[in-house]
Design a protein around this ligand. Sequence first.
Ligand code: GCU
Length: 602
Amino acid sequence: MMRIALVLLLVAPALAQTRPELIADPPSRPSVSLDGTWNAIVDPYESGLSSRYFENAKPKSKSDLIEYDFDRSAKLQVPGDWNTQRNSLLLYEGPMWYQRYFAVEKKPHTRLFLYFGAANYLARVWLNGMKLGEHVGGFTPFNFEVTDKILNGKNSVVVEVDNTRRPEGVPGIHTDWWNYGGLTRGVKLIEVPETFIENFKLQLARGRSDQVAGWVQLRGGGQEGAEVTMEIHRGDLLVTAQKARTDASGYTSFEFPVQLELWSPDHPQLYEVRISAAGDHLTDQIGFRTVATRGSEILLNGKPIFLRGVSMHEEAPYRGARAFSEKDDRTLLTWVKDLGANFVRLAHYPHNEDMIRLADRMGVMVWEEVPVYWELEFENPAVLENAKAQLAGAILRDQNRAAIIIWSIANETPINPVRDAVLKSLSEHARSLDSTRLISAASDKWQRMDADHMAWNDPLGEYLDVIGLNEYIGWYGDRKVEDADRIRWTFAYPKPVIVTEFGGGAQYGRHGDSETRFSEEYQANLYQHQLRMLEHMPQLAGMTPWILMDFRSPRRALAGIQDYYNRKGLISDRGQRKQAFGVLEKFYREKAQEARDAQPAK
Ligand code: GCU
């Protein structure tokens, strides 16, 4: 149990904050989980605000009127979406009030933060009736300091989570995935010393495989002029140790030469990084690799690499819910590896942190995306601010993950000058937060120049390092599956191209000839012809077909076939592999063999 001195001094640095205050949460950080069973009140008319549910009040006398009682209310599991916990909530969109008690024994000279892995979509948080703050965005972490609000003994936390879709939201009103609501990732109480290591970054310097660059941000009374020690270990071996001193805002950056084994899918080498400062200590497992482009090639550690990928939603296999556990993640990434893939596009929002850490360990390169998806209110300045905040949340959470090679700022957004300006700004924001990775976006904005010539010329390409192309030839539109064999592509920018989406639906076990929609044969045939087309695509550096596994979508209502599932998976939601899985796996095994054969003999 934790002990905390009441008179803690919370000295916020006077100097302007350079980054959102997100605490890095490596597994080494001491914390107490608040996961488990929470009381929950469904509040479709949001009367909880005016009825002050956040007070968790109890009638003081028999005549007192209190029209809610968390303790007698239904329960929900955290982490988890609420939709799949009760049938009555499957399609529920609106406010939900969560409440639980937890005991704390305060400890002197420490600070406490309530940390949320994610809450979809808008979260308002109270502790012991006091408002801590709000968070917008369903897929990035947030935390609130509670040091001076927490009680010695019993505490009550109340969280209103509202997944109502909004035109000014990011994402907006329309998506092709289930709008899972709730405290979808873990909640914990993090304990840190009075001055602590809030966050840090350590990666190879841009374009250098022999130089590490990074920074450390301290927070607290002792943040100015503090000595920071940074060590890189491999097992018992100390590879290097560096020291630096913080400035008045508690920030220090450093760069130093190293000789490290580089991380790659075939060799996902991680090092133990230990950071100490002002009495605080953090340990993390980090891989080091470089990623860059050269013309239309993507270079990993200086060598061209073909991204054999697949797209994936953060949906749990077998139970059709928002995935959150290591088990869920491992099942999905193991299927990615079984496909012979070395790359995964995590669509269309940042997936849980464990997924990325697992990709680090399993050697799967990652495309991470923020949900700037389809039509948004791009003219509304709040939309850009919201998207920038979500991007910062993702980058500040995952910046030390070698697996992540690409930040994606959008998917299938409409071409117009306002959108262009927003995405230009978003790409600059991504580069300002992390200059060591590639910036991309997925776009289905291409033109048919003539019968068999398709030209991708989305002005968005100007701001990207890598072009993402979504095309559904043979599924949407008037082209036949076989037409793909003749189709030629051109791109307005001489940059690497990843075909970020192609595919078609199939219901596992539904059979017919290759022209029968939703049959496995149709999907397999479509993959055959798509792969043939892609073999002739100029500038092609990778692909992430849509999609690894069938996933829930409120847009897919075809009874007996879709039943509110998008059936473009290569694997059914029950883990059954469709014929097309074998088609792509064979293609990837051959591609991998080609790459091995092309390696210069050691
Ligand atoms: C779009 C979109 C996906 C969607 C897919 C589909 O391209 O990016 O989110 O699920 O097409 O229609 O299946």
